[in-house]
Write a protein of this length. Structure first.
Length: 202
């Protein structure tokens, strides 16, 4: 005997919605949808869908950035755990999306779209944290020099040391051309080395 999910083809509906969702996080959530027999809850969700559909038709789609689920990361941070750069980048991306939503909402009436603004007002934006993350993480998820004064100083010192080593190697090359097979500085296992002619090797 078919259950209610099969009769109403609910699984097919979920799979179809998931296939057209842009964000991976939403694809997963759509596949986990459950039916509800709570009339008030269903009517509330229908009002939300109706308002958002109307807004999209009237104001057009908003370009969305790909987001990861930050709920687990926020929970870990509240327990003073150290977050990975990917987790921090996902939080930064969430803040950026909220700012984009603010621009998108500029002409959307709060009194006309009450349910929509309930969702918007539930979003959390922490300005100080946003500014710190923005100056610390690049779009390719690397830590920027501007993340801290100490980091910038350390990286400058490393850069200066590398430049000194390169300059010394160039002097060595200039003074020992006859024993080198070429004048290139070669990187091997993360170190700068010179190619010495085999007849001069011991």
């Amino acid at each position: 005997m078919k259950d209610k999910y099969e009769i109403l083809e609910f699984n097919i509906i979920k799979e179809t919605l998931s296939s057209i969702a842009k964000m991976e996080i939403n694809k997963e959530r759509l596949l986990e949808l459950k039916m509800s027999n709570d009339k008030e809850h269903v009517e509330h969700m229908l009002r939300q869908v109706d308002e958002i559909s109307t807004i999209l038709i009237k104001y057009g789609n908003m370009e969305l950035v790909e987001l990861g689920d930050i709920a687990y990361s926020v929970e870990r941070a509240s327990k003073k755990a150290i977050l990975s750069i990917k987790e921090l980048y996902n939080i930064l991306s969430s803040f950026k999306l909220i700012l984009e939503l603010e621009k998108y909402n500029m002409n959307i009436s709060k009194s006309e779209y009450v349910e929509y603004y309930k969702i918007i007002n539930s979003l959390t934006f922490v300005d100080n944290l946003y500014r710190e993350l923005l100056k610390s993480i690049s779009n390719d998820m690397t830590i920027l020099d501007s993340a801290s004064i100490k980091l910038k100083k350390i990286r400058n010192e490393i850069s200066n040391c590398e430049a000194d080593i390169t300059n010394k190697l160039k002097k060595i090359i200039a003074n020992n051309l006859k024993i080198l097979t070429n004048t290139d500085i070669i990187y091997r296992n993360g170190k700068q080395v010179l190619a010495v002619n085999s007849s001069y090797k011991y």
